[in-house]
Design a protein around this ligand. Structure first.
Ligand code: SF4
Length: 350
Protein backbone atom coordinates (compact mmCIF):
# COMPACT_ATOMS: atom_id res chain seq x y z
CA UNK A 1 0.00 0.00 0.00
CA UNK A 2 1.27 3.50 -0.79
CA UNK A 3 0.64 6.93 0.71
CA UNK A 4 -1.70 7.67 -2.20
CA UNK A 5 -4.44 6.00 -0.12
CA UNK A 6 -4.66 9.19 1.92
CA UNK A 7 -5.42 11.25 -1.19
CA UNK A 8 -8.27 8.89 -2.06
CA UNK A 9 -10.09 9.55 1.22
CA UNK A 10 -13.32 11.50 1.26
CA UNK A 11 -13.38 13.44 4.51
CA UNK A 12 -16.55 14.36 6.35
CA UNK A 13 -14.85 16.91 8.58
CA UNK A 14 -12.49 19.79 7.90
CA UNK A 15 -8.95 19.36 9.25
CA UNK A 16 -7.56 22.70 10.35
CA UNK A 17 -4.17 24.14 9.51
CA UNK A 18 -1.73 23.70 12.37
CA UNK A 19 -0.28 26.66 14.23
CA UNK A 20 3.45 27.32 13.93
CA UNK A 21 4.23 25.84 17.35
CA UNK A 22 1.67 23.03 17.21
CA UNK A 23 2.46 19.88 19.19
CA UNK A 24 3.75 17.16 16.82
CA UNK A 25 1.64 14.04 17.30
CA UNK A 26 1.72 10.59 15.74
CA UNK A 27 -1.56 8.72 15.86
CA UNK A 28 -1.04 5.05 15.15
CA UNK A 29 -3.13 1.98 14.47
CA UNK A 30 -1.25 -1.29 15.00
CA UNK A 31 -2.52 -2.97 11.87
CA UNK A 32 -2.80 -2.21 8.17
CA UNK A 33 -4.48 0.90 6.78
CA UNK A 34 -7.40 -1.18 5.56
CA UNK A 35 -8.10 -2.49 9.05
CA UNK A 36 -7.37 0.77 10.88
CA UNK A 37 -9.40 3.09 8.72
CA UNK A 38 -12.40 0.81 9.10
CA UNK A 39 -12.35 1.43 12.86
CA UNK A 40 -14.85 4.13 13.75
CA UNK A 41 -12.93 4.74 16.98
CA UNK A 42 -9.70 5.41 15.07
CA UNK A 43 -11.46 7.74 12.66
CA UNK A 44 -13.11 9.74 15.43
CA UNK A 45 -9.97 10.22 17.49
CA UNK A 46 -7.97 11.19 14.41
CA UNK A 47 -10.64 13.69 13.33
CA UNK A 48 -10.76 15.16 16.83
CA UNK A 49 -6.98 15.60 16.93
CA UNK A 50 -6.83 16.90 13.34
CA UNK A 51 -9.48 19.51 14.15
CA UNK A 52 -7.20 21.21 16.69
CA UNK A 53 -4.87 23.92 15.39
CA UNK A 54 -2.57 23.36 18.36
CA UNK A 55 -1.71 19.85 17.15
CA UNK A 56 0.12 18.64 14.04
CA UNK A 57 -1.10 15.07 13.58
CA UNK A 58 0.42 12.39 11.37
CA UNK A 59 -1.08 8.95 10.91
CA UNK A 60 0.84 5.70 11.12
CA UNK A 61 -0.30 2.21 10.15
CA UNK A 62 1.79 -0.93 9.82
CA UNK A 63 1.86 -0.72 6.02
CA UNK A 64 1.61 3.00 5.25
CA UNK A 65 2.17 6.31 6.98
CA UNK A 66 1.96 10.02 6.52
CA UNK A 67 5.11 12.13 6.82
CA UNK A 68 6.11 11.67 10.46
CA UNK A 69 7.67 14.32 12.72
CA UNK A 70 11.26 13.66 13.74
CA UNK A 71 10.53 14.64 17.36
CA UNK A 72 6.94 13.71 18.19
CA UNK A 73 5.76 14.85 21.61
CA UNK A 74 2.73 12.58 21.75
CA UNK A 75 2.25 9.10 20.30
CA UNK A 76 -1.29 7.79 20.44
CA UNK A 77 -2.48 4.29 19.68
CA UNK A 78 -5.93 3.08 18.78
CA UNK A 79 -6.69 -0.62 18.94
CA UNK A 80 -9.80 -2.63 19.35
CA UNK A 81 -8.55 -6.20 19.37
CA UNK A 82 -5.98 -7.87 21.57
CA UNK A 83 -4.58 -9.63 18.48
CA UNK A 84 -3.19 -6.25 17.36
CA UNK A 85 -1.33 -5.83 20.62
CA UNK A 86 1.94 -7.29 19.33
CA UNK A 87 2.06 -4.77 16.51
CA UNK A 88 2.27 -1.97 19.07
CA UNK A 89 5.75 -3.21 19.92
CA UNK A 90 6.63 -3.44 16.24
CA UNK A 91 5.68 0.20 15.74
CA UNK A 92 7.46 1.35 18.92
CA UNK A 93 10.63 -0.40 17.74
CA UNK A 94 10.27 1.11 14.29
CA UNK A 95 10.04 4.56 15.89
CA UNK A 96 13.00 3.70 18.16
CA UNK A 97 10.97 4.30 21.31
CA UNK A 98 11.66 2.08 24.36
CA UNK A 99 8.92 -0.46 24.91
CA UNK A 100 8.77 0.06 28.67
CA UNK A 101 7.32 3.41 29.76
CA UNK A 102 9.86 3.65 32.60
CA UNK A 103 12.73 3.46 30.08
CA UNK A 104 11.54 6.54 28.19
CA UNK A 105 13.09 9.93 28.78
CA UNK A 106 12.40 13.55 27.95
CA UNK A 107 13.54 12.80 24.39
CA UNK A 108 10.66 10.39 23.84
CA UNK A 109 6.99 11.14 23.24
CA UNK A 110 4.34 10.38 25.82
CA UNK A 111 2.68 7.19 24.60
CA UNK A 112 -1.06 7.28 25.19
CA UNK A 113 -4.08 5.17 24.50
CA UNK A 114 -7.73 4.97 25.50
CA UNK A 115 -10.65 2.89 24.28
CA UNK A 116 -12.54 -0.20 25.30
CA UNK A 117 -9.67 -2.67 25.69
CA UNK A 118 -7.75 -0.53 28.17
CA UNK A 119 -10.82 0.85 29.91
CA UNK A 120 -11.92 -2.72 30.62
CA UNK A 121 -8.58 -3.59 32.22
CA UNK A 122 -5.51 -1.43 31.72
CA UNK A 123 -3.11 -3.56 33.76
CA UNK A 124 -1.95 -6.06 31.10
CA UNK A 125 -0.78 -3.02 29.10
CA UNK A 126 0.23 -0.71 31.91
CA UNK A 127 4.01 -1.12 31.55
CA UNK A 128 3.98 0.11 27.97
CA UNK A 129 1.85 3.25 28.11
CA UNK A 130 2.71 6.53 29.78
CA UNK A 131 -0.89 7.72 29.74
CA UNK A 132 -4.11 5.68 29.65
CA UNK A 133 -7.48 7.34 29.11
CA UNK A 134 -10.34 5.53 30.87
CA UNK A 135 -13.82 6.08 29.43
CA UNK A 136 -15.35 7.95 26.54
CA UNK A 137 -13.04 9.85 24.19
CA UNK A 138 -15.58 12.65 23.71
CA UNK A 139 -14.87 13.70 27.29
CA UNK A 140 -11.23 12.69 27.68
CA UNK A 141 -9.36 13.66 24.54
CA UNK A 142 -9.70 17.42 24.72
CA UNK A 143 -9.08 17.39 28.47
CA UNK A 144 -5.91 15.39 27.91
CA UNK A 145 -4.56 17.62 25.14
CA UNK A 146 -5.41 20.82 27.00
CA UNK A 147 -3.73 19.55 30.17
CA UNK A 148 -0.67 18.54 28.15
CA UNK A 149 -0.44 21.99 26.60
CA UNK A 150 -0.26 23.44 30.11
CA UNK A 151 2.87 21.41 30.96
CA UNK A 152 4.29 20.95 27.48
CA UNK A 153 7.64 22.54 28.33
CA UNK A 154 7.97 20.99 31.78
CA UNK A 155 9.93 17.90 32.76
CA UNK A 156 8.45 14.49 31.95
CA UNK A 157 7.82 13.88 35.66
CA UNK A 158 5.94 17.17 35.99
CA UNK A 159 3.92 16.38 32.86
CA UNK A 160 2.87 12.98 34.19
CA UNK A 161 2.00 14.36 37.63
CA UNK A 162 -0.16 17.07 36.08
CA UNK A 163 -1.92 14.68 33.73
CA UNK A 164 -2.68 12.37 36.67
CA UNK A 165 -4.90 15.12 38.09
CA UNK A 166 -7.24 15.01 35.08
CA UNK A 167 -10.34 12.90 35.81
CA UNK A 168 -10.19 9.63 33.86
CA UNK A 169 -6.43 9.73 33.16
CA UNK A 170 -4.40 6.85 34.57
CA UNK A 171 -0.62 7.22 34.71
CA UNK A 172 0.57 3.67 35.48
CA UNK A 173 4.07 4.74 36.51
CA UNK A 174 2.59 6.72 39.42
CA UNK A 175 1.00 3.67 41.05
CA UNK A 176 2.22 0.46 42.65
CA UNK A 177 0.01 -2.48 41.71
CA UNK A 178 0.36 -5.46 44.07
CA UNK A 179 -0.90 -8.95 43.23
CA UNK A 180 -2.10 -11.58 45.68
CA UNK A 181 0.16 -14.11 43.93
CA UNK A 182 2.11 -14.39 40.69
CA UNK A 183 -0.98 -15.46 38.77
CA UNK A 184 -3.58 -14.16 41.19
CA UNK A 185 -5.80 -11.08 41.38
CA UNK A 186 -4.74 -7.55 42.24
CA UNK A 187 -4.58 -7.07 46.00
CA UNK A 188 -3.89 -3.34 46.16
CA UNK A 189 -3.27 -0.30 43.95
CA UNK A 190 -1.34 2.40 45.78
CA UNK A 191 -0.39 5.85 44.53
CA UNK A 192 3.33 6.51 44.82
CA UNK A 193 2.78 10.10 45.98
CA UNK A 194 0.21 11.86 48.13
CA UNK A 195 -0.65 14.19 45.25
CA UNK A 196 -1.70 11.32 42.98
CA UNK A 197 -5.44 10.48 43.10
CA UNK A 198 -6.01 7.12 44.80
CA UNK A 199 -8.91 6.32 42.48
CA UNK A 200 -9.62 7.23 38.86
CA UNK A 201 -13.17 7.73 37.68
CA UNK A 202 -13.99 6.38 34.23
CA UNK A 203 -15.46 9.25 32.22
CA UNK A 204 -18.88 8.94 30.58
CA UNK A 205 -20.09 11.03 27.67
CA UNK A 206 -23.77 11.95 28.05
CA UNK A 207 -24.47 13.97 24.90
CA UNK A 208 -27.15 13.01 22.40
CA UNK A 209 -24.81 12.92 19.37
CA UNK A 210 -22.83 9.73 18.92
CA UNK A 211 -20.03 8.87 16.50
CA UNK A 212 -20.21 8.92 12.73
CA UNK A 213 -17.58 8.26 10.07
CA UNK A 214 -15.03 11.00 9.52
CA UNK A 215 -13.61 9.20 6.46
CA UNK A 216 -15.14 7.24 3.61
CA UNK A 217 -12.76 5.30 1.40
CA UNK A 218 -12.73 2.40 -1.03
CA UNK A 219 -9.69 1.04 0.85
CA UNK A 220 -11.66 0.30 4.03
CA UNK A 221 -12.36 -3.34 4.82
CA UNK A 222 -16.03 -2.45 4.35
CA UNK A 223 -15.52 -0.62 1.10
CA UNK A 224 -16.89 2.94 1.00
CA UNK A 225 -19.05 2.46 4.06
CA UNK A 226 -20.37 5.36 6.11
CA UNK A 227 -20.77 4.28 9.73
CA UNK A 228 -23.25 5.70 12.20
CA UNK A 229 -23.35 4.83 15.90
CA UNK A 230 -27.05 4.47 16.69
CA UNK A 231 -26.77 3.56 20.36
CA UNK A 232 -24.03 3.14 22.91
CA UNK A 233 -24.13 0.28 25.45
CA UNK A 234 -27.05 -2.14 25.79
CA UNK A 235 -29.78 -2.32 28.44
CA UNK A 236 -29.92 -6.13 28.42
CA UNK A 237 -26.78 -6.67 30.49
CA UNK A 238 -26.01 -10.27 29.58
CA UNK A 239 -23.49 -11.29 32.23
CA UNK A 240 -20.53 -11.78 29.89
CA UNK A 241 -21.05 -8.69 27.77
CA UNK A 242 -18.44 -5.94 27.85
CA UNK A 243 -20.32 -3.99 25.18
CA UNK A 244 -23.05 -3.51 27.75
CA UNK A 245 -21.36 -3.15 31.14
CA UNK A 246 -18.30 -1.20 30.07
CA UNK A 247 -20.24 1.62 28.46
CA UNK A 248 -23.36 1.93 30.62
CA UNK A 249 -25.73 3.71 30.68
CA UNK A 250 -27.53 2.78 27.47
CA UNK A 251 -27.61 5.91 25.30
CA UNK A 252 -29.45 6.40 22.01
CA UNK A 253 -28.32 9.06 19.55
CA UNK A 254 -30.97 11.70 18.89
CA UNK A 255 -32.81 10.84 15.68
CA UNK A 256 -33.46 14.44 14.69
CA UNK A 257 -30.27 16.07 15.94
CA UNK A 258 -27.72 13.35 15.30
CA UNK A 259 -28.77 10.40 13.14
CA UNK A 260 -30.72 12.04 10.32
CA UNK A 261 -28.27 14.93 9.72
CA UNK A 262 -25.31 12.56 9.86
CA UNK A 263 -26.86 10.03 7.48
CA UNK A 264 -27.86 12.79 5.07
CA UNK A 265 -24.30 14.10 5.07
CA UNK A 266 -22.71 10.67 4.73
CA UNK A 267 -24.92 9.67 1.83
CA UNK A 268 -23.68 12.63 -0.17
CA UNK A 269 -20.37 10.79 -0.63
CA UNK A 270 -21.39 7.13 -0.68
CA UNK A 271 -24.42 4.89 -0.96
CA UNK A 272 -23.30 2.36 1.62
CA UNK A 273 -24.52 2.85 5.18
CA UNK A 274 -23.64 0.89 8.32
CA UNK A 275 -25.65 1.20 11.53
CA UNK A 276 -23.53 0.42 14.58
CA UNK A 277 -24.25 -0.23 18.22
CA UNK A 278 -24.56 -3.05 20.72
CA UNK A 279 -28.33 -3.20 20.37
CA UNK A 280 -29.45 -0.79 17.66
CA UNK A 281 -32.98 -2.14 17.37
CA UNK A 282 -33.60 -0.96 20.93
CA UNK A 283 -33.19 2.65 19.91
CA UNK A 284 -36.53 4.17 21.05
CA UNK A 285 -37.11 5.61 17.56
CA UNK A 286 -35.72 2.73 15.51
CA UNK A 287 -39.00 2.35 13.59
CA UNK A 288 -38.80 6.03 12.63
CA UNK A 289 -35.23 5.54 11.51
CA UNK A 290 -36.38 2.71 9.23
CA UNK A 291 -39.14 4.97 7.86
CA UNK A 292 -36.52 7.61 7.11
CA UNK A 293 -34.30 5.12 5.28
CA UNK A 294 -37.25 3.72 3.34
CA UNK A 295 -37.81 7.02 1.53
CA UNK A 296 -37.45 6.76 -2.26
CA UNK A 297 -34.29 8.90 -2.40
CA UNK A 298 -32.50 6.16 -0.45
CA UNK A 299 -33.57 3.26 -2.68
CA UNK A 300 -30.01 2.77 -3.93
CA UNK A 301 -28.50 2.78 -0.45
CA UNK A 302 -26.96 -0.49 0.66
CA UNK A 303 -27.64 -0.96 4.36
CA UNK A 304 -25.62 -3.01 6.85
CA UNK A 305 -26.48 -3.65 10.47
CA UNK A 306 -24.64 -4.67 13.60
CA UNK A 307 -26.02 -7.86 15.14
CA UNK A 308 -29.52 -7.63 16.55
CA UNK A 309 -31.42 -9.36 19.32
CA UNK A 310 -33.64 -12.19 18.11
CA UNK A 311 -36.86 -10.79 19.54
CA UNK A 312 -36.36 -7.38 17.93
CA UNK A 313 -36.27 -8.68 14.36
CA UNK A 314 -39.51 -7.43 12.77
CA UNK A 315 -40.99 -7.90 9.29
CA UNK A 316 -40.39 -4.21 8.69
CA UNK A 317 -36.70 -4.52 9.55
CA UNK A 318 -36.28 -7.56 7.30
CA UNK A 319 -38.14 -5.83 4.46
CA UNK A 320 -35.96 -2.74 4.83
CA UNK A 321 -32.79 -4.82 4.73
CA UNK A 322 -33.90 -6.80 1.68
CA UNK A 323 -34.83 -3.65 -0.19
CA UNK A 324 -31.43 -2.17 0.63
CA UNK A 325 -29.32 -5.05 -0.58
CA UNK A 326 -28.70 -7.00 2.63
CA UNK A 327 -29.60 -10.67 2.55
CA UNK A 328 -28.27 -11.81 5.91
CA UNK A 329 -28.63 -10.77 9.51
CA UNK A 330 -26.62 -11.70 12.58
CA UNK A 331 -28.41 -12.77 15.72
CA UNK A 332 -26.72 -14.13 18.83
CA UNK A 333 -28.64 -16.62 20.89
CA UNK A 334 -25.42 -17.61 22.74
CA UNK A 335 -26.74 -21.02 23.76
CA UNK A 336 -29.30 -23.57 22.62
CA UNK A 337 -30.17 -24.18 26.26
CA UNK A 338 -32.81 -21.97 27.84
CA UNK A 339 -31.38 -22.87 31.26
CA UNK A 340 -27.94 -21.58 30.27
CA UNK A 341 -29.45 -18.47 28.74
CA UNK A 342 -31.15 -17.74 32.03
CA UNK A 343 -27.88 -18.19 33.89
CA UNK A 344 -26.07 -15.74 31.64
CA UNK A 345 -29.04 -13.38 31.65
CA UNK A 346 -29.52 -13.77 27.89
CA UNK A 347 -33.10 -12.79 27.35
CA UNK A 348 -33.94 -14.48 24.04
CA UNK A 349 -37.66 -15.34 24.02
CA UNK A 350 -38.56 -18.27 21.76
S1 SF4 B 1 -28.13 -8.36 24.11
FE1 SF4 B 1 -26.14 -8.46 23.04
S2 SF4 B 1 -25.23 -6.41 23.28
FE2 SF4 B 1 -26.91 -6.57 24.77
S3 SF4 B 1 -25.91 -7.23 26.68
FE3 SF4 B 1 -26.63 -9.07 25.60
S4 SF4 B 1 -24.86 -9.77 24.36
FE4 SF4 B 1 -24.48 -7.62 24.99
Amino acid sequence: MTASVFAAERLLFSPVASEADAVPVIFAFPNTYTVGITSLGYQIVWATLASRADLQVSRLFTDVQESLPSQPELLGFSFSWELDYGNIFTLLERLQIPLQATARTQQHPLVFRGGAVLTANPEPYADFFDVILLGDGEVLLSEFVTAYQGVRHSSRATQLSALAQVPGIYIPSLYNVAYASADGPISAITPLAATVPPQIAKQTYRGNRLSTSAVVTAQAAWENIFLVEVVRSCPEMCRFCLASYLTLPFRPASLEESLIPAIAQGLTVTNRLGLLGASITQHPEFENLLDYLNQPQFDAVRLSLASVRTNTVTPKLVQTLVEHGTHSITIAVESGSERLRQIINKNAPQ
